[in-house]
Design a protein around this ligand. Sequence first.
Ligand SMILES: Nc1nc2c(ncn2[C@@H]2O[C@H](COP(=O)(O)OP(=O)(O)OP(=O)(O)O)[C@@H](O)[C@H]2O)c(=O)[nH]1
Ligand SMILES: [Mg+2]
Length: 460
Amino acid sequence: MSDPSDTICALASAHGRSALAVVRVSGAGSLQIWEKIFKVKKAARGMPPRSVTLGDIVDPDLGTVMDQAIAVCYRAPKSYTGEDMTEYTIHGSPVLVAALLHCICSLGARLAEPGEFTMRAFLNGKMDLTQAEAVRDIVDSTTLFQAQVAAMQRSGEISGKIRPLKESLIDIVVQLESAVEFVDEDLPVDTRAIVLEKLRTAIKDIRKMIDTHRAGRVIREGFRMAVVGRPNVGKSSLFNALLEQDRSIVMDMPGTTRDLVAEHTSIQGIPVRLMDTAGLSARPDSAEGLGIEKTYRAISDADAILIVVDRSRVPGEEDLRIRSELENLPCMVVLNKNDLESRWSLENIEMFAGEWPRIEVSAKYGDGIERLRSLIFKEIFGSGAVERDDVLITNLRHRSCLEALEGELLLAVRSFEEGLSEEFPLMHLHKSLKHIGEITGETSVEDLLTEIFSRFCIGK
Ligand SMILES: Nc1nc2c(ncn2[C@@H]2O[C@H](COP(=O)(O)OP(=O)(O)OP(=O)(O)O)[C@@H](O)[C@H]2O)c(=O)[nH]1
Ligand SMILES: [Mg+2]
């Protein structure tokens, strides 16, 4: 870990040319550097904390004005990092930014490493580890929904859930410790029952949180969805309709799509990698054969599959073959071309779709596409219908800690059930408290911190 007593600086806005650029400085030297490089426009009014000041950025050696800037100064501990901090908003020329950073470094600061500002915020107790990780997720978000979920975590949602759990476990530990301390006083039988009940409730709560990870992971990382079916059923038309752009070629000729076409989009705020595939046909020519190989790869890579069928053509052997090939996979059946007369009876549909959810659309005219989006959203999240305001575990690290915590609590319960003396459940409870600490960062090791914060961008 780099020296946390250094004064650090970085460009906090995006790299490249822009209207404005924000340069941040944090650490004990920030305010002296301000005095040397920032000349306030009006008569000197000192450095009012947390209010914007208009002034000139001045080269400390030459005394020349480099740019006009708006600057904010924060005094420890009332800043993002908990240290003295300054922020300069200058015009967004990369040359100016480089010159300003150079001046700041020449006055004793150094360039920050990725995530170093947020790491300091964490080390100075401004936020716990789950909140710091959420900062990175906010910056990395590609949909508004992702950003909203991350913002909830940034405000301490996960820690808020964990805190009462921790308090209840500490209560139990204290009770057991005193039973161990005063050896002649065995834990009364009814107290044992209460403790067991508390532990079982805690395990249930933890399991609930772990179970949100499936949905949480999808929100954070998105999912992959393949559009498959026989040739000419309207796969590319559906792909384009979901993307809301003419990305894949549509023609009234089977075998139009011969290669995989993939594009990123979002469905109700969830990032999706959507794949249009070559039609699955029993006797492909050689070029189609290659495409079909990729189709199968896309199918095995996908988290969800849209099987498109042409409702205006009588179902045949080919449809049944595809059905049996995709058996047991997470499919949704899209009955396409519902603007034309239907040749599929309800029985045909029932036989084909079986357990899979199904929906009628007209990819060409857009009918049913919005309903399809809702169906996909529901299917991806499972019928347990995660509400948008539920606490969601999006991060694999949190899930692993929760699983380790659950494991220890189950062992503690088992030692109680087996009638072992208090030392045994106590040992597991102490381990479980350690796992709770790992989630929020109270018991994190240095390596873990370095690993987490190195995935941030510089300036954050
Ligand atoms: N009437 C009607 N025609 C459709 C609909 N969807 C697609 N089509 C037509 O069906 C034909 C095939 O459409 P594509 O989207 O290229 O079908 P595909 O499944 O991608 O075909 P391949 O790439 O050859 O496997 C085109 O003429 C489309 O205009 C629909 O909902 N209604
Ligand atoms: Mg196609």
